[in-house]
Design a protein around this ligand. Structure first.
Ligand code: GDP
Ligand code: MG
Length: 184
């Protein structure tokens, strides 16, 4: 599950690892804000909710260079037409918002689809459950223990972050996704 791109460099062919991360979740959970934060270190508060795009960033993870491609998805009605990312991704980030129970329920629809797809796949495609908007702690509707229980039921990692707080926490989630791919 770990792609490599070939670049011609002064006559030498070098192989550069690539990792495709699909960012999934219900509308409004902060997929675009997290993607933009990872790519630019900045929080952009208003983002076109219908915009779906794929970006690339050259990253160093554990002293190794890797081209990370990120598909910031924008499903209209949950995981309905999902072939475009199911076949593309080497890892999935399933985002919900800790201040919105509905987004957490929606994230489980994604986990269902992904775990069904993973069944029988070797290696399985890593999945990370990601609670966003921890800056909204006062309005929390999803406890850490509920989310942790769901994550362990689906056999995925679980983190909480905020797209509008520190950059390093957001970066570390994307880097952890790359490590998960390497571990497969
Ligand atoms: P998407 O539909 O999943 O791509 O969600 P967006 O990235 O467009 O974000 C939806 C809304 O949530 C926007 O108004 C963002 O400003 C807001 N938002 C995103 N991330 C955070 C966060 O970490 N904290 C807070 N307070 N708001 C956020
Ligand atoms: Mg978006």
């Amino acid at each position: 599950m770990f792609g490599k791109s070939r670049t011609l460099n002064a006559g030498l062919v070098s192989e550069r690892p690539e990792c495709n991360i699909a960012v999934l979740g219900v509308r409004g959970s902060g997929k675009s804000a997290l993607t933009v934060k990872f790519l630019t270190k900045r929080f952009i508060s208003e983002y076109d909710p219908n915009l779906e795009d794929t970006y690339a960033s050259e990253e160093i993870v554990d002293q190794q260079s890797v081209l990370v491609k990120i598909m910031d998805t924008a499903d209209q009605d949950g995981p309905v037409h999902c072939e475009r990312y199911l076949s593309w991704a080497s890892a999935f980030l399933v985002v919900y918002s800790i201040d919105n129970r509905h987004s957490f329920d929606g994230s489980q629809q994604y986990l269902d689809i992904l775990s069904t797809r993973n069944r029988g796949l070797k290696p399985e495609t890593p999945i990370i459950l990601l609670g966003n908007k921890v800056d909204m702690e006062r309005y929390r509707q999803v406890s850490k223990s509920d989310a942790g229980a769901v994550a362990s039921r689906y056999g995925c990692l679980f983190f909480e972050v905020s797209a509008c707080l520190d950059y390093l926490s957001v970066q570390s989630v994307f880097h952890e996704a790359v490590r998960e791919v390497w571990r497969e």
